[in-house]
Design a protein around this ligand. Sequence first.
Ligand code: ATP
Ligand code: MG
Length: 366
Amino acid sequence: MIDAVTLKNFKGFKSAEIPLAPLTVLTGLNSSGKSTVLQSLGVLRQSIDAGFLSSGSWLLNGPFVELGAGSDVLHEDSDSEEISIGFIQDGARFSWTVAYAQQADVLEPNASFKASESTLTPFSDRFQFLRADRVNPQTISAKSRHAVSQNKSLGAKGEFAAHFLAIFRDQPVPVSIRYPEASETTPGLLSQVNAWMQEFSPGVRLDVRDVVGTDYVRLSFTYGSGVNESNAYRSTNVGFGLAYSLPIVISCLATPVGGLILIENPEAHLHPRGQMAMGRLVALAASAGIQVIVETHSDHFLNGVRLAVKRSELDYTNAKIHFFSRNPALRQSTFVSPSVQPDGRLSFWPEGFFDQWDNALMDLCS
Ligand SMILES: Nc1ncnc2c1ncn2[C@@H]1O[C@H](COP(=O)(O)OP(=O)(O)OP(=O)(O)O)[C@@H](O)[C@H]1O
Ligand SMILES: [Mg+2]
């Protein structure tokens, strides 16, 4: 597990150490620095995958993040031309420092760096980065033996989720992440995906089949059973929420213990009930030993996490919340960190932190 991310002159962070827990929830207004934290790990990951990081270089534009050139990444008010990304794992500090170069999208090392090791969590084969812009519902989904069978990747946009489900449909899900309330599920991935997806759309059952003679698979969605069973609807005819949430559900259920999942906006296109269930699922995954860092705008998601803490499904010490804001005068991102109490309450409630309900009610009642 990584205990903190350390950033220097990286986009909106001049110098920052962001503490992490098994589950870290990044919140805050738009453009306040949440994705930047995830992107820092994405840059390191795509750099190591491309074979650059062993020499200390960064690949700024790749499958996980597209950051532009050095001039886009260097903090606007930096007093040096060094950009650093690092993290703390098991008490040891690892960091990579590169030199700013205006037009370059590969930045070269500027200082001594610690060689990357596959034992470091962000570089392990148990890594998923699921971006905010995921693939829309599709009639058929591409297969990738390289991404799925070899790298166990869902794709940064979740584009390989259907193929992943086809290949690993029977992979057993650890007991502690299985859907707690269902009596008729089996331990296999597809059965558990269906159980959790029924929180989003009651009665739904997914299935995935090869499109014979092609490099595609087809996801289908059926409702009900027996005489009430519906046709198998295509993905494009069952709304956005199911397709958008599928890669996140799979990542929580299928990432091995010790892995790291970075998720942007798991709540996208889900009804509030589903957003809360997503918070619970992510909390259970973190409790089972998968480190999760989530960016969210959803108080329902947050409440799902808080209730999981209250129900002792996640120990309160294993959750951290950061509330980001951008200081316009300093042109920097900063954050405060209300801690989660054993009963799910927060130690304090910063102004602007999911207080829209209260503000609206005050206005409505005045
Ligand atoms: N080179 C830079 N120097 C200083 N600040 C920068 C630089 N590049 C980007 N920023 C700042 O970073 C912020 C964007 O942060 P980020 O992309 O992490 O937003 P976010 O909190 O994830 O937003 P959203 O909720 O919309 O996804 C902006 O405020 C922008 O001004
Ligand atoms: Mg963001």
